[in-house]
Design a protein around this ligand. Structure first.
Ligand code: PMT
Length: 223
C-alpha cells in the first residue's frame, strides 16, 4: 500500500463537465464523465490528503471522506473554486469547464419555429487562469490540457499563460485516452521536464501526478 505522504496537504480538485442551460429542459455540455478528477480525489485521499472535490454533473459517487461541492454550470464551478481556494495547498483542474454558455437562459421552454435556431454564446471565466493570477507562492497549481492536435505545444502554452506549475497533456483523439475511458495516456509538463507516461489507469495517472506535485512542493520548501 502507498504511504500517507500527503498527510496534512489540502488538495482542491475540479472534475467533470458543466451543463449550460438554454431553457428549463435543455443544456449544452461535453463528454467529460468525471473519472479523471474522481481518480485524483481517491488517490489523494488514500495518501492522507484533505480533499475538496468541486464536481460537475457526474454519475460517479464521490469517495467517502472527500468534501464534495456539487455544481452544474461553469459560473457555479468558478464560484465553488474561488470560495475554497485560500484553504488549499494544491489546486488541480481536471474538469472540462465549459468555455461558453448561452447568452440567454429562457425561463420558458423554447418553442419550435420555422427556419434555423441561432444560439448566441458568451465566454465563461477561465478558472485556472484566475487561480494562476491569485495563487500564493506556496500553492501548487496543476492543469489538464485536452488536445486533439499539437498536443505538447498547446499544453506548454497553457502552462505559461495560466501560470500553472504542472500541466497534464492528454491527446484525447488517442484510443484509451481522454474522455470517458478508465485509462489515459498523458505527458507531465513542468518548467524542468516533460515525462511521457504509457497507457495506464486513471488511478495510476493520478498517483503519478501527485508524485510530481509532492516533488514540486519539496523543491519549493528547499529555497
Ligand atoms: O472526466 P473524464 O471522462 O475522465 O475525462 C477526463 C478529461 C479528458 C476531461 C481530463 O483528463 C482533462 O483533460 N481535463 C481538462 C479538459 C479541458 O477542459 O482542457 P482545456 O485544455 O480546455 O483546459 C485547460 C485547463 O484549464 C484545464 O485544467 C481546465 O480545467 C481549465 N479551464 C478551462 C476552461 C475554463 N473556462 N476554465 C478552466 O479552468
Amino acid at each position: 500500500p502507498k504511504v500517507r505522504d500527503l498527510e496534512g496537504v489540502r488538495v482542491l480538485i475540479t472534475a467533470g463537465r458543466n451543463n449550460e442551460p438554454l431553457d428549463p429542459v435543455r443544456f449544452i455540455t461535453n463528454r467529460s464523465t468525471g473519472r479523471m478528477g474522481y481518480a485524483l480525489a481517491e488517490a489523494a485521499l488514500a495518501r492522507g490528503a484533505d480533499v475538496t472535490l468541486v464536481s460537475g454533473p457526474s454519475g460517479l459517487t464521490p469517495p467517502s471522506g472527500v468534501r464534495t461541492v456539487p455544481v452544474e454550470t461553469g459560473l457555479e464551478m468558478y464560484a465553488g473554486v474561488m470560495e475554497h481556494l485560500d484553504a488549499h495547498d494544491v489546486i488541480i483542474g481536471a474538469a472540462a469547464v465549459a468555455d461558453y454558455r448561452p447568452k440567454e437562459r429562457s425561463t420558458a421552454k423554447i418553442k419550435k419555429k420555422d427556419g434555423p435556431l441561432v444560439i448566441e454564446m458568451v465566454r465563461n471565466p477561465d478558472i485556472l487562469l484566475e487561480v494562476g493570477q491569485r495563487k500564493r507562492a506556496d500553492q501548487v497549481l496543476v492543469g489538464f490540457a485536452a488536445e486533439t492536435n499539437d498536443v505538447l505545444e498547446n499544453a506548454r502554452g497553457k502552462l505559461q499563460r495560466k501560470k500553472a506549475d504542472l500541466f497534464v497533456a492528454n491527446d484525447v483523439s488517442r484510443e484509451g485516452a481522454g474522455f470517458g475511458t478508465d485509462t489515459n495516456i498523458v505527458t507531465l509538463i513542468d518548467r524542468e521536464r516533460e515525462v511521457d507516461l504509457p497507457l495506464m489507469s486513471k488511478r495510476d495517472v493520478a498517483d503519478r501526478v501527485l508524485d510530481r506535485v509532492l516533488e514540486l512542493r519539496l523543491e519549493r520548501q528547499d529555497v
